[in-house]
Design a protein around this ligand. Structure first.
Ligand code: ADP
Ligand code: MG
Length: 267
């Protein structure tokens, strides 16, 4: 069964689209945080989101992941509904079980790593595939070891998170997200909590994943990474996308004064 194609077709969306967000609105009480955000991420591409603190970047990522319920707009991941809420209260809602399944397909990497502190590196990777997906421990362990190899940490498999540097912990967190074979990986400022000398090793892993064809949405202040790796750069401010397009074009020749001012501060 391929439900995805159905929903893509229903909304006239290119079937190679992984993340489709249109007119996404999100409010907390009276505070309108997202005021109609649009983003289209083709499968296998990388979108970087930049913007000042408080502009709604994390909230938007959380909406993609269904950690937040949207108040308006249409959000599809691989053609499946994450949320769909039209103006005037016409609402499409998913049964909770369907949402849960969907979230398992979307990997998220946080600024603060969020590893399970009482588990070894290997246990951190094996936990979700076994518990959520019901995979045999043997299979999950074998794949976890391959992933640890991929992020250069196979020799740390028996270590606990507290015994690792921040950069190593974040590489484990990335491997843990990959262990669920996600359709898309979301990163929320993955290097912002790291000492400067540890940023590079995490960006290298992310670059490797991008080259490997994983679809990624990355909130970051690393403009160099965005220029080198991203297929599109999105500048958010005040709950809207102010400017989006080619990363080199936007960073060298921003059209909006708001983008220009922001870049002048971070570059
Ligand atoms: P960014 O990631 O761009 O810094 P956020 O998405 O974290 O921005 O926050 C955008 C705005 O939404 C901020 O004003 C923040 O205080 C507010 N906000 C975020 N989460 C919540 C919440 N759970 N309840 C109330 N306000 C929130
Ligand atoms: Mg944030």
């Amino acid at each position: 069964m391929n439900a995805s194609a159905g929903h893509h077709a229903r909304f006239g969306i290119d079937p190679t689209t992984m993340v489709y967000a249109s007119g996404i609105r999100k409010s907390y009480g009276n505070l309108d945080v997202l005021k109609g955000v649009d983003l289209v991420v083709p499968t296998g591409s990388v979108a970087c989101i930049i913007g000042p603190s408080g502009s709604g970047k994390s909230t938007f990522l959380r909406c993609i992941n269904h950690l937040e319920e949207i108040n308006g707009g249409l959000m599809l991941v691989d053609g499946d509904f994450v949320g769909y809420r039209l103006e005037r209260d016409r609402l499409y809602e998913l049964p909770p079980a369907a949402i849960c399944e969907r979230r398992a397909d979307i990997g998220m990497v946080f600024q603060q790593f969020n590893l399970f502190p009482h588990m070894t590196v290997l246990e951190n990777l094996v936990e979700a595939p076994v518990r959520v997906r019901g995979e045999p421990v043997k299979d999950a362990t074998a794949r976890a070891l391959v992933l640890l190899e991929r992020v250069g940490l196979a020799e740390k498999r028996a270590a606990y998170p507290r015994q690792l540097s921040g950069g190593q912990q974040q590489r484990v967190a990335i491997a843990r997200a990959l262990a669920m074979n996600p359709k898309v990986l979301l990163f929320d400022e993955p290097t912002s909590a790291l000492d400067p000398e540890l940023v590079g090793e995490v960006l290298e892993v992310m670059k490797d994943l991008a080259l490997g064809g994983i679809t990624m949405v990355v909130v970051t202040h690393e403009i160099g990474f965005a220029r080198e790796v991203a297929d599109q750069l999105v500048f958010m401010d005040g709950g809207v996308v102010v400017e989006a397009g080619d990363p080199v074009e936007i960073t060298t020749n921003p059209r909006s004064p708001r983008t220009r001012e922001f870049l002048a501060r971070v570059l």
